[in-house]
Write a protein that binds this ligand. Structure first.
Ligand code: ATP
Length: 299
């Protein structure tokens, strides 16, 4: 059929800066152009062009770099229904047929809404975390049951059902793009591949600013903390690790206010607690100790 694709609407007052994503501006621009630009135009215009929307994005790269964050924020930006996030390994079920049923259910709400509301249907985002877990098994000898095969086939048939799926966008995430069945990466399926890599120094500055903005606003960050310096000391840290570093620094600050030895309680001057440069350096030392990273490797 030739029904018009569903139009997404950018949430009013949306600003990329407010998304809380650091260091991924270029990636976001690319995702937006390739997956969403066509969706925010009136369906009639899109129909004139005779195109359909891309409906699958693969975000790949190391753990903790903001893939899930990006997928969620994109949903918010487009006023989509709350994304369904499913974990690849969780979809797999030892009972024959149950995994396929799980996949089918994921798409059911969107299908139902599209049937009932047509163009008025809102955008449904389905996120597959660790998608390699379900998609690497096709044709593999180790999987005698063929469960992996039929799950991938079910997913493919859902994604190939263009007409029913105008209101659906599927986002797959993986640390292992090389493990994914080629059939899933073809045009019409997960056709947009965006690498989300570890942040560079400028990205780390942005991420550290995001995760310290509240303490800065509330004046609990000491003036000697220099985010640029911290960024230079955190080569190869992911966004999640940078967030962990900030959290760890606060624990050192808290600890200074505990009357050690008595554990009797906190000191009276806790209201002027500050997170200092020294707290961040202690946190860094802790990370280095845990991972056995030498100072030279980091500089
Ligand atoms: P995984 O592959 O392990 O699922 P992921 O790439 O999906 O990882 P997220 O779950 O998005 O990573 O990151 C975990 C948390 O780390 C985020 O909720 C966020 O608080 C922080 N974080 C990660 N990357 C960024 C970033 N680029 N900017 C700001 N915060 C980030």
């Amino acid at each position: 059929s030739n029904r018009a694709p569903t139009q997404a609407i950018i949430a009013p007052n949306f600003k990329f800066e407010d998304m809380g994503i650091g260091g991924l501006d270029t990636e976001f621009q690319a995702i937006f152009r390739r997956a969403f630009a066509s969706r925010v135009f009136p369906p009639g215009l899109v129909e004139k062009l005779g195109i359909t929307h891309s409906k699958g994005i693969l975000l790949y790269g190391p753990p903790g770099t903001g893939k899930t964050l990006m997928a969620r924020q994109i949903g918010k930006m487009l006023n989509a229904t709350e994304p369904k996030i499913v974990n690849g390994p969780e979809i797999l079920n030892k009972f024959v047929g149950a995994s396929e049923e799980n996949i089918r259910k994921l798409f059911a709400d969107a299908e139902k809404e599209q049937k009932e509301k047509g163009d008025e249907s809102s955008l449904h985002i389905i996120i597959f975390d660790e998608i390699d877990a379900i998609c690497k098994q096709r044709g593999s000898q180790s999987n005698g049951t063929g469960v992996g095969d039929s799950v991938v086939n079910q997913l493919l048939s859902k994604m190939d059902g263009v007409d029913q799926l105008n209101n659906v966008l599927v986002i797959g995430m993986t640390n292992r793009k090389d493990m994914i069945d080629d059939a899933l990466l073809r045009p019409g399926r997960f056709e947009i591949h965006i690498e989300i890599s570890l942040p560079d120094e400028a990205g780390r500055i942005q991420i550290l600013n995001i995760h310290t903005s509240k303490m800065k606003d509330n004046k609990v960050m000491a003036p000697d903390v220099d985010v640029t310096e911290l960024a230079s000391l955190t080569k190869n840290f992911s966004g999640a690790e940078l967030q962990g570093l900030v959290r760890s620094a606060t624990t050192f600050a808290f600890n200074r206010h505990i009357k050690v030895g008595t554990m009797a309680g906190i000191s009276d001057n806790v209201s002027d607690m500050q997170i200092t440069r020294a707290d961040f350096l202690s946190a860094l030392e802790e990370v280095h100790a845990a991972f056995g990273v030498s100072e030279e490797e980091l500089s």
